[in-house]
Design a protein around this ligand. Structure first.
Ligand code: NAD
Length: 486
């Protein structure tokens, strides 16, 4: 097998096998071929990575922001130079079409470049206690763990690693078992970019063992995680049972989109279809529940179905394809189970693949499926499916729309389409979500506004302006100064 990739771990700027030489197999979800033997990090590997990060911390945190920024900029340059290879690696690992991968690289590049320039943590000073000149300091934690999902590995790597390093921490990253190839590629550039040994350590492996070991590690003081709400809960428990490390969570979603009868129906259909079906429905903030006002139901469903039917499913490494397979067989099977529930529960089902002429699909591809008239308590209305599956239900009044939208344990992103500005603002205030689109929906967001969720969708907010705060402790210093007065 000449093209078989063999990955390693990056510990202390050395590319090494797992301590027990363990590996796991990674299969292309499009061809089913074995594409990589991936190193499976052990508890010893986790400990070695933490030791390396801890040893690197005093010197790294003592550098100036410009000195820490220099290798971050080089990392950005490497992403640009190798963008095609990065796209290919995610396509063969988890099926993301190369046609949409430019977003991931651009996002990562912006994060590395921004934090290379903007890392000037500030405390504050106070003369408000008579006889004292008081101050607060912002200081890095030391060793920070970063655990990322598979649906956009380079984005999550960059949005956590860049601010954590810029703040002066050293990191141990664990990539996802479903998409370890781009983090592996990045780890090969770390030394070349000028990072001292131990500043960035990159492990691959499953939640059990390495994810769990990071979550309960006594010398890791902060952990930033993006992934499912279920795993977030497990990490929170492990953190609580170990050293109460600070945790930052970006978790799952079941995001509602409300389409009022005065909306631009074509625009709403086009954008919600893109939201739920892009990346094969594997987006945390996908508009997976659409509520349409009764009077426009038929028109909206016709437009949505027409657009969904035009998707080009196939080989994600081909430029003309805009929908690849589900990330792997496990994800495929999970979506199939939800489809079975939907066919039982929904008033009607529109399978956009039923009459398709596009035959270039492998075992893990799923054509978009639309369920309508679904009970609000059905599992497909309540649970995150993470596939190209949408529920389209109706409402009669504004208050009914709000109640249905908020009837969820998630709160990542909500959206609404209407031409009535007062209604838009009234409803926007009442929806329980961390992000909200008015006459737009996800993936629309803004790099300088907080990204994150309410309720079960998370605990942190990430952005160019917010992220660095997560990686800094705050210390207040009270300094008595004789004669300074009041
Ligand atoms: P996941 O929770 O299954 O896995 C995420 C990461 O956690 C992986 O690296 C995995 O190996 C690791 N992990 C698993 N069990 C662990 C444990 N017990 N301890 C420590 N680590 C463990 O999620 P996923 O399937 O990779 O990603 C999809 C999920 O991520 C969806 O729920 C999606 O909504 C969510 N997500 C959220 C955002 C956001 O910004 N809110 C963005 C992308 C994805």
């Amino acid at each position: 097998m000449p093209n078989l990739i063999q990955t390693q771990l990056l510990i202390n700027n050395k590319l090494v096998s797992a301590s027990d030489n363990g590996t796991f197999d990674l299969f292309s979800p499009h061809t089913g071929d074995l594409v990589a033997k991936v190193a499976e990090a052990t508890i010893d590997d986790v400990n070695n990575a933490v030791n390396a990060a801890q040893a690197a911390f005093p010197a790294w945190s003592a550098l100036s922001p410009q000195q820490r920024g220099a290798p971050l900029k080089k990392l950005a340059e490497m992403h640009i130079a190798e963008r095609d290879e990065l796209a290919r690696l995610d396509a063969i690992a988890m099926g993301k079409p190369i046609s949409s991968h430019g977003v991931d690289v651009n996002y990562a590049v912006t994060q590395y470049n921004y934090f290379a320039e903007a890392a000037y943590p500030q405390g504050h000073t106070s003369l408000n206690s008579p006889g004292f000149l008081n101050m607060s300091l912002r200081q890095p934690f030391g060793v920070v763990a970063i655990i990322i999902p598979w649906n956009a590995p380079l984005i999550f790597l960059a949005k956590k690693v860049a601010p954590a390093l810029a703040a002066g921490n050293c990191v141990v990253v664990k990539s996802s078992e479903k998409a370890p190839l781009t983090p592996w590629k990045v780890s090969q550039w770390v030394e070349k970019c000028g990072f001292p040994p131990g500043v960035i350590n990159v492990l691959s492996g499953h939640g059990q063992v390495s994810g769990q070991a990071l979550s309960e590690h006594m010398r890791i003081r902060a952990l930033s995680f993006t992934g499912s709400t279920r795993t977030g809960r497990a990490i929170a428990i492990a953190a609580a049972k170990s050293n109460l490390k600070k945790v930052v969570f970006e978790l799952g979603g079941k995001s509602p989109a409300l389409i009022f009868e005065d909306a631009d129906i074509e625009q709403a259909a086009k954008e919600t279809e893109f939201s739920i079906n892009t990346n094969s429905g594997q987006q945390c903030f996908a508009s997976s529940r659409i509520y349409v006002q009764d009077s426009i139901k038929d028109k909206f469903i016709e437009a949505f179905t027409r657009i969904a039917k035009a998707r080009k499913l196939g080989d994600p490494t081909m430029p003309g394809i805009n929908q690849g397979p589900q990330a792997d067989k496990v994800q495929y099977d999970t979506v199939q189970k939800f489809l079975a529930v939907g066919r039982e529960d929904a008033g009607s089902t529109i399978d956009t693949g039923a009459n398709t002429t596009n035959k270039d699909t492998s075992a893990c591809h799923i054509h978009p499926v639309i369920f309508t008239d679904v009970p609000e308590d059905s599992r497909i209305t309540k649970e995150e499916i993470f596939g190209p599956v949408v529920v389209i239900n109706t409402f009669a009044t504004e208050s009914e729309a709000i109640a249905k939208a908020n009837d969820t344990e998630y709160g990542l992103y909500a959206s609404l389409y209407t031409k009535d500005l007062e209604r838009a603002l009234r409803v926007a205030k009442k929806l329980e979500s961390g992000m909200l689109g008015v006459n737009c929906t996800s993936p629309t967001n803004s790099w300088d506004l907080p990204f994150g969720g309410w309720k079960g969708s998370g605990t942190g907010r990430e952005s160019l302006l917010d992220s660095m705060d997560h990686y800094l402790e705050h210390k207040s210093i009270y300094v008595r100064v004789n004669g300074i007065g009041g």
